[in-house]
Design a protein around this ligand. Structure first.
Ligand SMILES: *Cc1c(COP(=O)(O)O)cnc(C)c1O
Length: 347
């Protein structure tokens, strides 16, 4: 086992630790009671976050999961259907929160490698309320698409899916945990990329490097309702400026996401060169590697990597995820590749 300080942690972009500047900002933050809306740092963060995605207002929430679940709750009535992609984070990795918290039933669409359903698939998935059937209350989309390997979904595809829902009077939420990765990869300003959705959640605590928090953005009325649901979910925080201050600095980290994308490409190239490994070229900072060809189950690869001092996560039986971020550079990627190659030889 490599010593802890030498561990190259590619499990997720959530593992970054706050920079010295972020720690200083937290210590020096002007604060107040944010439930009374008295925290100037949180207020500033909410203003700047709304601007960053071109929406009227934004709300600071403790996590991306809470942001998504608040959006589902505000946009739907209990007993509605939530239409979403089969591999989406809200469906796969949020503990059935849509059912438990919002009281909605989920209906999934298989969008395959497109990651976002076609307008036809959306229309097919929409349900009109009648004596026997619930109505669709919300369509949720995801960009970048985590499970599909950080896919950056082009604006026109998002717009087409959103338009199909809106034509039927159904609102649209975007799980944009990594929407700035998509914006940088596609070279499309974030406000343009999310213009067709009613609400968007993005994480400050992933590639942008903040220690805590996500933002939920939409129009004023939506955010006012979201503020009440945040309180209901136990997410009303007091002197939250202490953690919002690093979030303000995180918003400055958008352009440097391009470095993470270049490092991910370097990592994918190296992994793809290993015998029996298949690592498609990543759009952004998530590298997915398939090892069925090498007959190495992901669980074994993850263990071997951990022993060699590289963090990764199992995605599926033969699929492993590596994620680049603010705390790893090209040299770390090269070192990680050396270690992985060595570990694989032993398997
Ligand atoms: C990480 C992630 C979330 C949830 O964010 P947390 O802050 O970990 O709760 C939601 N959606 C996607 C696509 C994510 O990658």
């Amino acid at each position: 086992m490599a010593d802890a300080s030498d561990f190259i942690d590619l499990r997720s972009d959530t593992v970054t630790t706050p920079s010295a500047a972020m720690r200083d900002a937290a210590r020096d933050a002007e604060v107040g009671d944010d439930v009374y809306r008295d925290d100037p740092t949180v207020n500033e963060l909410e203003r700047r976050a709304a601007e960053a995605v071109g929406k009227e207002a934004a709300l600071y929430v403790p996590s991306g999961t809470m942001g998504n679940q608040i959006a589902v709750t505000v946009h739907t009535e209990p007993g509605d259907e939530l239409l979403l992609e089969r591999e989406s984070h809200i469906y796969r990795w949020e503990l059935a929160g849509a059912a438990r918290l919002a009281g909605v039933q989920t209906r999934t669409v298989d969008a395959g490698d497109r990651c976002v359903p076609t307008p036809e698939a959306v229309r097919e998935g929409l349900v009109t309320e009648d004596l026997h059937r619930p109505g669709t209350g919300l369509l949720a989309l995801e960009n970048t698409h985590n499970y599909r390997g950080g896919t950056a979904i082009p604006t026109d595809r998002l717009d087409a899916a959103a338009a199909a829902a809106r034509d039927a009077g159904v609102l649209v939420h975007l799980d944009g945990a990594r929407v700035f990765n998509a914006s940088v990869a596609l070279d499309v300003p974030a406000p343009e990329l999310v213009a067709s959705v009613d609400s968007v959640m993005f994480c400050l605590s992933k590639g942008l490097g903040a220690p805590v928090g996500s933002m939920l953005a939409g129009d004023e009325a939506f955010i006012e309702a979201a503020r009440r649901v945040r309180k209901l979910f136990g997410g009303g925080m007091r002197q939250a400026g202490m953690i919002a201050a690093p979030g303000l600095l995180a918003l400055e980290n958008v352009d440097r996401l391009a470095d993470d994308h270049a490092n991910a490409e370097r990592l994918a190239d190296g992994l793809d060169a290993l015998s029996g490994f298949e690592a498609p070229e990543p759009d952004t900072n998530i590298v997915v590697v398939h090892t069925e060809g090498a007959s190495i189950p992901a669980a074994d690869l993850v263990d071997a990597c951990a022993d060699a001092g590289v963090g990764a996560v199992e995605f599926d039986t033969y699929t492993t995820r590596f994620t680049t971020h603010l705390d790893v550079d090209a040299d770390d990627v090269d070192a990680a590749l050396d270690r992985i190659a060595g570990a694989v030889e032993e398997l």
